[in-house]
Ligand binder design. Structure first.
Ligand code: AGP
Length: 604
């Protein structure tokens, strides 16, 4: 979602700010802007276009400011226009904002604001300006204004009469302070500053801070000065660079085997995976009688995979709920329940709110999360970290694969703790994940040419159907989401047996149907479904087991690697990720930054 960066110090602030915005591009945005001190005043430049447009505007500035803030906006209130783009200047206050100020209408009436944009953010600037008129203290004005805001926000603020100073505040949206030898930064995440410094301070919810070239003052909710310790980012420039790949999505797919191994090998003891080090003892796991998994999008699909595997292996019920539905659905969660939240970013607002709700009901909350410093990681009772590394492409790939692998490992460990799996069984699942699965993914990647050939055959179609059975249905749902989000092809995923209950009416001459056949038990049934759609004209692409019979109903075939049945559907996802990737490329889409989407959805 929106990205914030600010710099004050020696050297050119605007080039640092635009470089930071480029590093935040992956979050998704539709307009960009910057503000800088020039001749004792704050000037604003903005565009409804890409950052490249903003950079052109900065070239027209003949001074070299050393204090600036910048922003990429992902529209929530008001269309993605230049007027609605940030920064917003109201009175003496210039502000950038990520999040939503929910009570903006009341605030607007209370301060009698006359904004020119349609944004809630401009109202926030008006509130700070009104309070500043009364108290004359910039830090306290931001503090008091934030006390009146409800919702999630991270803001960066400059005051006309305080050159060289940037003020910032956060509540439920990420914001860090970066410390470098030449000056100080505020930023939405470490990616924005890592080319300049790896030292940063994580602000807490409720913090308000002021940075100058050589100082950082933080006050808490009681307006008392607090010290927050600095950390060193665990990210190197290579982690957030393309490293020779054309797209981050491609690079991240290639990293899947390494990410799975990195995540699971550190949890391995005597050949068997264990979550004791994460705070999940066998004693605790053995007592789990049901599970709820809550997540959004791709992470939700990893939850569906988990349901399939855990119910089959542990024989306990697993509910999987979309986070936004969980929050407003009055869930049956009670004290003593275990609720697992899956999230790559750890900042997804719906998932975070769901976690808070489950916590307030006394549930034990477990986060399976990729970003260690994220809000979800901090708020959960237990955080099980995935080690996928930074995922930059908006379309989640390696994070999903690792989430599926971790949830499988956790399921196997629960089964072991309950005495359902013995040591041999647990070791064999652990080996399947860190060995078989990784080899299978590498094998799929090595045969990418077959997948790009299939994409060439189908990329002009406007509707694609994925079908499968059992665990393959979960993989189909994720395959369909991936294709939709980056190639803008309409697609749907169905349990193959459901087709004849309605959807088969949509199959006409040439309709692409992609059939995943990973489950041996239902191979025959899948063949029936394939013949049924082929008889109605479907152009069938089978992604199937090697032993799946050849048949004239199948027009294109990609054989899955030989691999443990427990994890085959995870490896199949790599086929679909590459299929979506090549389809998007052939259709001329912006693979890493699909339209309208944000990497981390920090508003409900
Ligand atoms: C994935 O390709 C999507 N862009 C999206 O569905 C994503 O998985 C979802 O927004 C959840 O994000 P999270 O894992 O960071 O919580």
């Amino acid at each position: 979602m929106c990205g914030i960066i600010g710099y004050t110090g020696r050297g050119d602030a605007l080039s640092r700010v635009t470089a930071g915005l480029c590093a935040l591009e992956y979050r998704g945005y539709d307009s960009a802007g910057a503000a800088f001190f020039c001749g004792g005043d704050v000037n604003v430049i903005k565009t409804a276009g890409r950052i490249a447009e903003l950079i052109k505007l900065t070239k027209e500035i003949d001074s070299s400011p050393n204090c600036a803030i910048g922003h990429t906006r992902w529209a929530t209130h008001g269309a993605p226009t230049k007027t609605n783009a940030h920064p917003h200047k109201y009175g003496r206050v210039t502000l950038v904002h990520n999040g939503i100020i929910e009570n903006h209408a009341e605030l607007k009436a209370a301060v009698g604001a006359h904004p020119i944009s349609e944004t809630d953010s401009e109202i926030a600037a008006a509130c700070i300006d009104a309070i500043f008129s009364e108290c004359g203290d910039p830090l306290l004005s931001v503090r008091r204004a934030c006390d009146g805001f409800s919702g999630s926000f991270a803001i960066g603020v400059m005051f006309d009469c305080f050159p060289g100073m940037i003020y910032a505040a956060k509540n439920k949206s990420p914001l860090i302070v970066g410390i470098s030898k030449s000056g100080n930064y505020i930023a939405s995440d470490v990616a924005a500053i890592i080319s300049e410094t790896d030292t940063y301070i994580e602000l807490c919810d409720g913090d308000v801070c002021m940075i100058s070239p050589d100082r950082c003052v933080i006050i808490d909710k009681r307006s008392e000065e607090v010290k927050r310790s600095a950390a060193v980012a665990n990210v190197v420039a290579d982690d957030i660079g393309l490293c020779g790949y054309d797209h981050f999505m491609k690079k991240e797919i290639a990293q899947e085997p390494e990410a799975i191994r990195k995540t699971l090998l550190r949890r391995m003891s005597d050949g068997a995976v264990s979550f004791c080090g994460d705070g999940l003892s066998d004693e605790y796991l053995s007592g789990i009688e049901k599970l709820t998994v809550v997540a959004c999008g791709t992470a939700y699909h990893a939850g569906l995979w988990a349901k399939h595997y855990i119910e089959k292996t542990c024989r306990i019920p697993v509910d999987v709920v979309i986070a936004s539905e969980y929050i407003y659905g009055d869930p049956l969660t009670r004290s003593g329940d275990t609720v697992i939240f899956i999230s790559q970013s750890g900042e997804t607002a719906d998932t975070l709110s769901a976690l808070e709700l489950a916590s307030s009901r006394g549930a034990m909350t477990i986060a399976v999360v990729n970003v260690k410093t994220s809000s979800i990681a901090r708020r959960a009772d237990v955080a099980v970290f995935t080690e996928a590394g930074p995922e930059i492409a908006v379309a989640s790939t390696k994070a999903y694969t690792v989430q599926c692998a971790v949830m499988t490992a956790l399921g196997a460990r629960i089964a072991y703790a309950k005495g359902i799996l013995d040591t041999h069984g647990l070791r064999s699942v652990s080996r399947a994940l860190t060995g078989d699965l990784c080899d299978a993914i590498n094998d799929v990647i090595a045969r990418e040419a077959g997948i790009s050939a299939a994409a060439k055959r189908y990329h002009k179609s406007d509707d694609v159907y994925f079908i499968g059975r059992g665990a393959d249905v979960c993989a189909c749902l994720e395959a369909s989401l991936k294709l939709k989000e980056i190639s803008y092809v309409h697609s749907e995923a169905y349990a193959a047996g459901e087709l004849k209950h309605g959807t088969i009416s949509l199959i006409t001459d040439g309709t692409p149907v992609i059939a995943l056949v990973g489950d041996e038990k239902t191979s025959d049934k899948m063949m029936n479904a394939i013949r049924e759609v082929a008889a109605r004209g479907a152009d069938v692409f089978a992604v199937c087991r090697r032993d799946f019979p050849r048949d004239e109903a199948i027009k294109t075939r990609f054989e899955l690697p030989a691999c443990s049945d427990d994890v085959l559907a995870i490896a199949a996802q790599t086929v679909f990720q590459l299929f979506a990737y090549h389809t998007a490329k052939l259709r001329g889409c912006d693979v890493d930054k699909p339209r309208n989407l944000a990497k981390s959805v920090t508003v409900e």
